[in-house]
Design a protein around this ligand. Structure first.
Ligand code: SAH
Length: 376
């Protein structure tokens, strides 16, 4: 182990998971950042998503569907349009990956009521690992016109034509990190410092070349960090395999970037950035989504990848301003809240530019709105 560069905040309360991870590191040596992230988020007993609802003002972070009903409504109408462009198949699987509180889906289904044939065709499938959030989704969707079924993984959803929606799902998947150090690449690991606290360090050996992300710069500066998310690539490969045999369109919205290097690992607790190594399992840990990497995997499977475009462009092209005006007219007492929520979704310094939308579609499908000129 070399280069301990980062450690727990002094005085941070030791979490149960933290103690278990230290034991594991003492016995088996440092672990990859991906294994660390996986344990923090998905450990069956103490993982962050396993035993809490992290969303909303009282939780750790807020997402676009929780900011405004307009977000899910526009996505619901997007689904109807894309379904029609597929030739309106019956049935169609409407699949959401990581549905949180079920808010996006409830808003989407309500907006889609304008096309009753669509709702009659829909079979709703929610891919969710958290028992707490599954219960929350059941509650939110109680009075929805379609009844959901839940799955641990996309692979469990029955075959057939499909629409897939994922908002802030891919950022929760574990990334591996590689650091350029002393003329070569090393994997960034989580080990222990001299005082026995969790600390970042580097692998002794170079990683296997296939593990590194493709397209790395030829002569990176020392300290350059590159990330790769094998779990995200695996899910995109599964989406693409499905898209090859049945009509499929997927809409992925997340904060992310279009390729390149950088350390994007971050922890958030109670709406503030936190040290990712402090209190494992108690903070949300995410990494930005590398849309270029996901597009590359989709294309390698013969599937079209559209975008990414900014969330602002996506929502405004789908008619956010018009929808906001209408809502404000119908609810004048909430007009200023509605306007503020619309701004939060699209303003550049809020969610408008950092968040991006990308679509993946089966080879012969028309461009989904509003991606017509954005084939990557
Ligand atoms: N889409 C929601 C929630 C985003 S939070 C929203 O926009 O509000 C991430 C969601 O993905 C949560 O529902 C979390 O429990 C779920 N999740 C995280 N990792 C998962 C995994 N590996 N498999 C299935 N669901 C996962």
């Amino acid at each position: 182990m070399t280069n301990a560069v980062h450690h727990e905040e002094p005085g941070a309360a030791a979490s149960m998971l933290g103690e278990a991870l230290k034991r594991r590191i003492r016995e088996h040596g440092p672990m990859t950042v991906a294994d660390y992230m996986e344990a923090c988020l998905a450990d069956p007993k103490h993982g962050y998503y396993r035993n809490r609802d992290p969303l909303g003002a009282s939780g750790d972070f807020t997402t676009a569907p929780e900011v405004s009903q307009m977000f899910g409504e526009l996505i619901g109408l997007w689904c109807v349009t894309v379904w029609r462009s597929m030739g309106a198949p019956v049935p169609v699987a409407l699949i959401e990956l990581g549905p949180g509180r079920g808010t996006l889906m409830a808003d989407a289904l309500r907006a889609a009521q304008v096309v009753p044939q669509f709702l009659r065709a829909v079979r709703l499938h929610l891919v969710e690992s958290s028992p707490v959030l599954r219960a929350r989704q059941a509650e939110t969707l109680q009075s929805a016109v379609v009844t959901p079924s839940w799955h641990d993984e996309l692979a469990q959803v029955p075959p057939g034509p499909a629409l897939i929606v994922a908002n802030e799902f891919f950022d929760a998947l574990p990334v591996r990190q590689f650091v350029h150090h002393g003329g070569g690449w090393r994997e960034r690991l989580v080990g222990l410092d001299a005082a026995g606290r969790l600390a970042f360090c580097l692998s002794q050996d170079a990683p296997e070349p296939e593990a590194l992300p493709p397209g790395l710069p030829a002569r990176p500066a020392d300290g350059t960090v590159a990330e790769r998310c094998p779990a995200a690539e695996g899910i995109v490969a599964a989406i693409a395999a499905r898209a090859g045999v049945q009509p499929l369109a997927a809409l992925l919205i997340d904060y992310g970037y279009g390729g390149g290097c950088g350390d994007t690992l971050q922890a958030v607790r109670r709406h503030r950035y936190a040290d990712p190594l402090a209190e494992p399992g108690r903070a949300d840990i995410t990494a930005h989504v590398d849309f270029a990497a996901l597009a590359r995997v989709a294309r390698a499977h013969g599937v079209n990848a559209w975008g990414p475009i900014s969330q602002a462009r996506f929502l405004l092209s789908l008619g956010l301003a018009h929808r906001a005006e209408r809502l404000m007219r119908d609810n004048p007492e909430h007009a200023s809240d509605i306007a503020a929520a619309a701004c939060r979704l699209v303003e550049a310094e809020q969610m408008g530019e950092l968040f991006k939308a990308m679509a993946l579609t089966s080879p012969r499908l028309a461009a989904p709105p509003p991606f017509a000129e954005c084939l990557t």
